[in-house]
Design a protein around this ligand. Structure first.
Ligand code: SF4
Ligand code: SF4
Length: 225
């Protein structure tokens, strides 16, 4: 089955852009917190999520890890932080089953039940038909559903980030000398997550500099990505 046919299996088969209307609205998730309780280990975080979480919570990345909110897992064979399942779901979920960080929640939380489908050097949004427990879905504009400031710049960044992940994931699939993959994981985490972002400065400029610095560092350590 080709990739688009696989996407059709899990979605309504349509591709959406930011200005399109889509039946994604979960009606405020009334009495439901299923995805916050059951999906945490699959909510992987990109650098923009970390920047936003640090800004919103006032905590540093290492505090979020040490505080049991996040943990490192393998996403597409790459070490990456994700929301930690504490046994009863995400640590940002309140006792009333609401998200305590709604304004700066991660990208995957913003998207769901939407997803992204990357194709032809761009991506489209898809509507996943499995997962969300809402019985009735409202029609919403994709842009409004995401509530992401500066969406055009964010989308441009997502494409560049996807290219980094794809390249690294391809590298991780190949055989390598002992220790090489461990070093590759460490460099990735250091450049994109562990070195603190300057929260007073624009994220997008910082990430593009970091992508270049990461590539230089990989080359200098003979990691041929
Ligand atoms: S960050 Fe918020 S929306 Fe995302 S899983 Fe946790 S509680 Fe749910
Ligand atoms: S499963 Fe759907 S309705 Fe339930 S919390 Fe998640 S998005 Fe909201």
């Amino acid at each position: 089955m080709d990739h688009f046919n696989m996407i059709k299996e899990i979605s309504d088969g349509k591709l959406y852009r930011a200005e399109d209307m889509v039946n994604a609205g979960a009606g405020g998730c009334k009495n439901c917190s299923w995805c916050c309780e059951d999906m945490c280990d699959s909510i992987f975080l990109d650098p923009y999520d970390i920047y936003s979480l640090c800004q919103g919570t006032g905590k540093e990345y290492t505090e979020l890890i040490d505080g049991d909110y996040l943990e490192i897992g393998l996403h597409k064979l790459i070490s990456m932080p994700h929301i930690k399942d504490r046994g009863n779901g995400c640590g940002f979920l309140t006792e009333h089953k609401r998200c305590s960080i709604h304004d700066f929640r991660p990208g995957i939380c913003r998207l769901f039940p939407l997803g992204r489908y990357y194709h032809d050097d761009t991506f489209s949004y898809i509507l996943q038909t499995r997962g969300c427990k809402a019985e009735v879905r409202d029609e919403v504009k994709v842009r409004d559903w995401l509530e992401i400031k500066d969406l055009e710049r964010y989308e441009e960044y997502m494409l560049k980030w996807h290219a980094v992940v794809k390249k690294l994931s391809g590298f991780m699939m190949k055989p390598a000398e002992p220790g090489v993959k461990k070093r590759t994981h460490e460099l990735f985490l250091k450049h994109f997550y562990e070195i603190p972002y300057d929260l007073s400065k624009d994220f997008f400029l910082q990430i593009y500099e970091r992508i270049e610095a990461w590539k230089r560092d990989c080359n200098s350590q003979m990691l041929c990505l």
